[in-house]
Design a protein around this ligand. Structure first.
Ligand code: ADP
Length: 392
């Protein structure tokens, strides 16, 4: 099995200390050269393994970790170039620093080694001071790379743990939230007897708050699924006008309560789209909800769709005559938890997760989302979605 180069015990060791105990692989087909180089490097405090061919080098590299390889260019059977190429093609060895060693002093040879990914190039016969300096510089770079890699792996692992934790908490919160909503409904419908006006107001407040919490829990669960790569979409041919009509119906009370008009314009020859129906509903739900939330009473919302010529996609636009967004806000609206500081948006409830999730949903379905907006002049959000293949 390949041993990743970052498994070196030197990963967090300062450079000076690295010189002692640094493990170096010397690859040279000439036995005298191997012995000479081994002696020099051992005198400098390194642990040296010497092999006489490219294939022996690749075998030993897959057996145990090294910190640096000194690789002869001119070798029979497998040249140093080929060994270098194979090392750089192997994800487990790719980051290992390779110093090419050669009696050849041509520009082409040096250039080829650098192009193939060698860290450095040394001419034979060696100058011991130069040899020491080059190895030290390689080790310093490798140490930084190892530290970067282990920090990155630790961040990724912590992020995954956090996402799994959020998914678990969201799941656990669903049961009590369903119970709270259910009992609030029973009280409001008078099934436990009549309640006073002030009691009704309190229960309605409980219902609204639990609805908000349910939306937040669902958004958090989606974000954690997106981040852990566990969001699964099931695409099929979907009739977009049906989905838009359904979402428009879901909003008719909210829109009417704000004296807004919601107009749907769909061409009759619109092809079905290739989409996950539930997630398409969620996308439209978020955009129409925002259009209504961030548009003052009496405003207009329009949902339009059209086929675009190439490639075969359907473009949907959700337009509103609302508060619009400042240039600063426009830079950040797809960020997780972003909520505008605009005074008119402040009193509107929301989680700041809707557009972040929506963008992922659109992109996971092979589409793109963008918008145009001007403060005080409304916004229009566009997204594309592929047309269903069987209808093309
Ligand atoms: P929220 O739950 O806050 O609505 P979103 O992620 O859906 O979260 O939107 C992020 C922010 O982008 C909103 O808080 C709002 O400031 C701004 N925004 C989104 N849609 C619109 C819109 N149609 N008009 C004006 N501002 C919008």
């Amino acid at each position: 099995m390949a041993i990743p180069s970052n498994s070196s015990p030197l990963a967090n060791t300062p450079v000076r200390e690295q010189l002692v105990g640094t493990s170096i692989l010397v690859v040279d087909d000439v036995s005298d050269n191997r012995s000479l180089l081994t002696r020099r490097l051992e005198l400098q405090g390194h642990t040296v393994t010497a092999v006489g061919s490219g294939s022996a080098a690749l075998a030993v590299l897959h057996e145990r970790p090294f910190d640096v390889v000194l690789l002869d260019v001119m070798m029979p059977h497998m040249s140093g170039y080929e060994v270098l190429e194979r090392i750089k093609d192997d994800p487990a060895l790719r980051h290992l620093p390779i110093i090419m060693v050669s009696a050849l002093d041509t520009m082409e040879s040096v250039a080829r080694c650098i192009e193939l990914g060698a860290e450095d190039y040394l001419h034979k016969p060696f100058n011991p001071v130069l040899l020491r300096a080059r190895i030290q510089s390689c080790l310093a770079k490798k140490r930084l790379r190892d530290q970067e890699q282990s920090a990155y792996a630790a961040i990724e692992a912590a992020n995954l743990t956090k996402s799994e934790f959020i998914a678990q908490v969201a799941h656990e919160l669903n049961t009590p939230l369903t119970a709270i909503r259910g009992h609030a409904d029973l009280l409001l419908r008078g099934l436990h007897g009549a309640i006073s006006e002030s009691q009704t107001e309190s229960v309605q407040a409980i219902r609204r708050s639990s609805d908000l919490m349910t939306a937040l829990v669902a958004d958090l669960a989606d974000v954690s699924r997106i981040e852990s790569g566990h969001l699964r979409l099931v695409a099929s041919a979907v009739a977009l006008p049906d989905v838009v009509a359904l979402v428009a119906y879901m909003f008719h009370e909210q829109v009417a309560a704000k004296y807004q008009t919601l107009t749907v314009q769909m061409p009759p020859d619109l092809p079905p789209v290739q989409a996950d129906r539930t997630r398409l509903i969620q996308t439209l739900n978020n955009l129409i909800s925002n259009a209504s939330k961030y548009t003052p009473d009496g405003g207009q919302i329009t949902v339009q769709a059209e086929t675009t010529a190439a490639p075969n996609t359907v473009r949907v636009a959700v337009r509103d005559s609302g508060i619009g967004m400042s240039a600063d806000d426009q830079q950040r609206i797809f960020q997780k938890f972003f909520r505008s500081a605009n005074e008119q948006a402040q009193h509107v409830s929301g989680t700041g997760l809707g557009l972040h999730i929506t963008r992922h949903l659109v992109e996971l379905q092979g589409g793109r989302i963008w918008f145009e907006s001007a403060l005080g002049q409304g916004s229009v959000f566009h997204f594309t979605i592929p047309a269903a293949e069987e209808y093309l």
